[in-house]
Design a binder for this molecule. Structure first.
Ligand code: PAF
Length: 293
């Protein structure tokens, strides 16, 4: 496994690979969710590149860039076990060299709402770094988790709008046995907060059950999720959305594949989670079927 820190060496390594290349972009502190992407990318491609870069451009000044969890030695050990060919670990200066001033700043409702509204500049930072990684690594396929459902859809839109020659492969959410979605930020939670955080996945489970039981009124689903989170100590809701699964337009009636998306603070830690809601009898694409819980 090669560990590469410069853009020039990464580009040279890419040029020497004849077959299909899979890229798993990460910010490190790897967990089972990341490893599910890595394993799939390993199976699908002749060569596997994993990037580890805590991207300053996607953190607002008030956010947790400085204390974002990092453990490069452990990450490299895990990736060696997964038989990664290259781990790309650029510095901020490599990714944003002096004078860098070209940003990928998508417009429109998909980027303005939810995470885009709560974290101004977040998608500009994500799209810029991901576009730059695509340019440097030139992957045939890139792998993203459904856990960051809006990010996944924004990246798909970027690839479509900019005609980037890469296939985006979505992967299902990986959860702890008690339902908490895997996230590097779970490391911030105290034991009590960790317990309270299960309320997010409980709200999602209940919403899925409501839809199975015939509830179509999106407001009833939002209200029930709000009630579950409100009654849990130390949890404060940022947003609850029931939206069209593809466009993320807010819905009045769940009459098609939809997403329930949650963002909440558990203590000081902001967590996001989501689930796919499919009314019985409504058809789903094979790609979406693979993401169902
Ligand atoms: O999802 C993440 O870990 C990051 O947003 C990504 C896609 C690696 C870009 O920095």
């Amino acid at each position: 496994m090669q560990v590469i820190a410069t853009v020039a060496e990464m580009a040279a390594a890419r040029a020497s690979v004849p077959g299909g290349v899979g890229l798993v972009p990460t910010m490190g502190f790897l967990h089972e969710g990341h490893l599910s992407l890595v394993e799939r990318a390993r199976r699908d491609n002749e060569a596997l590149v994993v990037s580890i870069f805590v991207n300053p451009a996607q953190f607002a000044p008030s956010e947790d860039l400085d204390r974002y969890p990092r453990d490069m030695d452990r990450d490299l050990e895990l990736l060696a076990r997964e038989r990664a060919d290259v781990v790309f670990v650029p510095t901020a200066e490599e990714m944003y060299p002096p004078g860098f001033d070209d940003w990928v700043d998508l417009q429109g409702p998909l980027v303005d709402r939810l995470e885009g509204a709560s974290r101004p500049g977040f998608f500009r930072g994500v799209c810029t770094v991901v576009a730059r990684l695509f340019r440097i690594v030139q992957p045939d396929r890139a792998y993203f988790g459904q856990k960051d459902a809006q990010q996944l859809r924004v990246i798909r839109q970027m690839v479509r709008d900019l005609a980037l020659p890469v296939e985006i492969v979505p992967m299902p959410i990986v959860r702890e046995p008690d339902g908490l979605a895997m996230s590097s930020r779970n490391a911030y939670l105290s034991p009590d907060q960790r317990e309270n955080a299960i309320a997010l996945s409980r709200a999602l489970d209940e919403a899925r059950q409501m839809v199975q039981d015939g509830v179509r009124d999106a407001d009833r689903i939002r209200s029930r999720a709000q009630a579950i989170l409100d009654e849990t100590e130390g949890v404060s809701v940022d947003y609850i959305s029931v939206a069209d699964e593809q466009t993320l337009h807010e819905l009045d009636v769940v009459d098609r594949p939809a997403l329930l998306l949650l963002a909440a603070r558990v203590g000081a830690t902001r967590l996001i989670d989501n689930t796919i809601l499919v009314p019985p009898g409504v058809a789903v694409s094979p790609l979406l079927a693979d993401l169902l819980e």
